[in-house]
Design a protein around this ligand. Sequence first.
Ligand code: FES
Length: 191
Amino acid sequence: MTELKKKDETAAAHGKCMLNRREFLMYSGTAAAAVSTISISLFPGQAQARARVVGYPRKLIGRLSDLQDNQPVDFNYPDDGQNSQCFVVKMAGAKAGGGIGPQRDVVAFSYLCTHQGGFLNGKYQAIGDNRVLGQCPLHLSTYDLTRHGIIISGQAYQSIPQVLLELDGDDIYAVGMMGLLFGRSDNLMES
Ligand code: FES
């Protein structure tokens, strides 16, 4: 039995998504499982993979036609508890991994820095072709929002958690999360 298949069964037993970021990026959708699936692009220009989203709520977070270029809109996910502050943003045509919409430029992320929980509200920046979150006010970490929130610089060593999105007509739904929210041992359990 492969390691991934073992995790599938464990996740199914607990009703949760247990993929870590590396597994998510490697996952090609070959495993059949009685769980919800969505299509998501990895990096700009790459083929789509199938991501499994188990146990997460499907939450309406906004409408595509309401988003203004480079203007983040706040929401809470996967619940309204501690460290659930997130934002969705249309990055003015900057194609992104996991991006939705005609230009694949609509993404959503946590506001909580993965290092020590610095709050990154107001730290979205569009600089030329770059779309970043940071610098963190505590220790200057900065994240690349076109590449699944990987670290560009600073003290953090984990990517900023990305909210998985679905587009249904004009409606934007949050349907899962890639990466662990700061301060939680499980995204689906408030700490
Ligand atoms: S809390 Fe953000 S870099 Fe330390």
